[in-house]
Design a binder for this molecule. Sequence first.
Ligand SMILES: [Zn+2]
Length: 264
Amino acid sequence: MLERRELFPNVIELNFQARRRLGCCVYLIFSGAEWMLLDIGYEDTVDELIELIRQLDFPLVNCRYLVATHADADHVQGFHRAKALLPGAQLVAHPEAKIILESGDRIASFAEIPAQQISISMPEFRIDQEIQEGDKLKLGDVELEVWDTPGHATGQLSFRFGSLLFSGDNIFRDGCVGSIDAHHGSDIPAFIESLKRIQSSPVQWLLPSHGPAFRNERRLLQSAIDRLDRYQHMADFGTCAVDWPLLDEWEEELAKGTRPDGSA
Ligand SMILES: [Zn+2]
């Protein structure tokens, strides 16, 4: 049996447990005999992760939930395989993530990016239970509070657990945020609201879906909010921007006949 390396009480992160990078963060939350997983990562690491869990002395039949933070392939490609190894687990996701997953939408899940010749398999599975804002996931004598935090993806969930927030792809330790991509259902105004909510919450620690956990520091969140606020008015993010002030300026200059040197 392996010694459990808890990241916080009742929380194990499997990359941290293994002391090496296996893929996205996979959080195992436990209470008494029951446990659950947030995300599982790619299919080819599932067997290794489940074997690690077994060696940590968590009976596989006691896994209650296998939760998708959102529908991205790098988080959920292994769900089908994991479900086969964890027969007691309910597959859980936001209703909008469920639509993407069950309809086999390979674009919205990033399984297929034709322009970059990225095409990976996405084994089919059904979601057993939908969760969204205000729901609670009960586990033994603890519970996780479900937050809708859209922006990076539609159906992006976060989970509050006391002073911790499993924060998905909202923000990472270096201040980067989950990728912004129109084909992925990204929404910059919603993203800003999600970041503001996290920033103003009493949560002390953020446990992201990629990279190490970090403090919920006002300044770090504010710099991401300010950056995304600028993105809303920049052409860089194409149809994800809400406007482009340069075109209004141009219209005025066209009407006046303004020349490149500023003269009319
Ligand atoms: Zn991700």
